[in-house]
Design a protein around this ligand. Structure first.
Ligand SMILES: CC(C)(COP(=O)(O)OP(=O)(O)OC[C@H]1O[C@@H](n2cnc3c(N)ncnc32)[C@H](O)[C@@H]1OP(=O)(O)O)[C@@H](O)C(=O)NCCC(=O)NCCS
Length: 186
């Protein structure tokens, strides 16, 4: 394991590193199959765009991006980000991409979301986590639900994907839900 930060059964999270841009990560964002239900995939990816994104989060205390790494083979399969962290409202948003499509449907996203949510509540003292997914992105919605998130509303026609407007399903997880559903107590 390279610089592990949060560790669970099959995966660990570490801070995204500049060297990650030399791996498959670059091409995930050009892969229309991966970006199908995302805001990415509209413009071709570039090192300049990736570097700007990397630099913006590297020293940030309001946006943190973690690499999701499968322990076996130490394989970087995706990223999970904690965004718009608000230290007054104690809230943040989670976004996730499993870029290696052969790793879909194996429970890695749900595992990564649960791991990060635990850290948000136990160490960062956050109270509310939010996420959003296109209504047809069943895998994403299910992964957040498996990690304890509940649907709380719909942003109508918030995305344009696959030639039409799609609603965004808004999900959230409160600290109190997390205590009740997953752990009972810290
Ligand atoms: C969406 C995504 C994060 C899901 O990751 P994943 O690791 O495949 O998800 P998990 O394996 O943890 O699956 C969670 C649940 O969703 C189900 N699922 C996964 N993909 C699915 C799909 N395409 N259709 C239906 N169900 C699916 C799984 O079976 C599992 O449910 P179960 O435990 O009840 O069987 C991943 O496919 C991905 O990154 N896609 C491209 C980028 C993207 O869309 N990111 C999310 C933007 S909001």
């Amino acid at each position: 394991m390279q610089h592990p930060f949060l560790i669970v059964n099959r995966i660990y999270l570490r801070r995204l590193a500049k060297e990650d841009m030399d791996g498959n990560y670059f091409q995930w964002l050009n892969d229309q199959n991966v970006t199908r239900w995302m805001r990415q995939g509209i413009f071709p990816n570039s090192y300049e765009a990736m570097t700007a994104f990397y630099d913006s989060q590297a020293m940030s205390r309001t946006d943190i991006v973690f690499a999701i790494v499968v322990k076996e083979q130490d394989r970087h399969i995706g990223n999970i980000g904690l965004h718009s962290i608000n230290y007054v409202f104690r809230s943040a948003e989670i976004g996730i991409i499993i870029g290696e499509s052969d790793c879909w449907g194996k429970g890695y996203a749900a595992e990564a979301i649960s791991l990060l949510a635990g850290h948000c509540f136990k160490r960062m003292n956050l109270n509310r986590l939010a996420a959003g997914a296109v209504d047809e992105n069943i895998g994403s919605i299910r992964a957040f639900e498996k990690a304890g998130f509940s649907r709380e509303g719909i942003s109508r026609q918030a995305y344009f994907c696959e030639g039409q407007y799609h609603d965004c399903i808004n999900l959230s997880l409160l600290h109190s839900d997390w205590l009740e559903k997953n752990h009972g107590s810290i």
